[in-house]
Design a protein around this ligand. Sequence first.
Ligand code: ZN
Length: 288
Amino acid sequence: MFHSLVFQDSLIPGKVIKTREYTFTKKEKAIFDVEVIKKYPVGVLAELKHGKKTIKDVVGIASRFARLKDLKDIHDFANTYGLLGVKEMPAAFGEPPVYGITWFEPLEIWTYHIHVVRHLLAVFTALYKRAKGGDSEIEGRLIETREEDKFIPYKGYWRDDKVITVSWPGGHFPVIEFLPPHVPEEEEAVLAFLANIISVNLEGGIFLGIGQIKKALTKTGFEVLERRTTPYLLAAIYYDLWRLITENKKMIFCAYRNCRLPIEKSGRSKYCNAACRQAEYRERKKGS
Ligand SMILES: [Zn+2]
């Protein structure tokens, strides 16, 4: 069952700055460590002059995040939703994010997570497309599955056996292993890949608390309702991916030939937005 997520706090909008050309205000100089910020050529800085914003709805935020293509897109997104709440790059590819309240985030943190979220959405959309009978290449292009000889525990002993490892394309960073005798079907391997990466990226980002205790037809006569909260935007983004896979949401690739980004299907729309729809229309006119 899927539980929705609540933001603990309101968010401060962010803006993209080129740190070495940007003129820091007096207030910014007083609050931020400008010398540290300048170590990174580009990043997202908290906007001090705006009031805090409350975000009510984060449904669909993962697709919106995955669609960020340039600095202007990132600027607009940060201005609407705030900073990601990630202090530094993960120690290694695939490691959990270092969550925390931030005032400045180097661009590389943003591009890294845009890349990961976009990839996960593409894997999920390809899986959905194939389940519907469309041909969709997953193995090799989106994930990599390999059989490896490993020394593994077996009934209190250890022995060499064949382990099926699912990793990112290129074989780096193994995400999950299936121990014998279990040989997963490809769909199962793909879903395990997705669920594992999402849960790693939620580590330390989501908090579980008590929402409400209400009367119910249970043995005690009451029921405890849980409440999941986060102060971090990035956790909300990964949690939105979690919603897509746990609720089996319909996903499609944008129909604009030069875009093809994964989007959640809603109504009859086949495009990310009006810009993609118009661009495809123009391409078609050119071709005819
Ligand atoms: Zn598009």
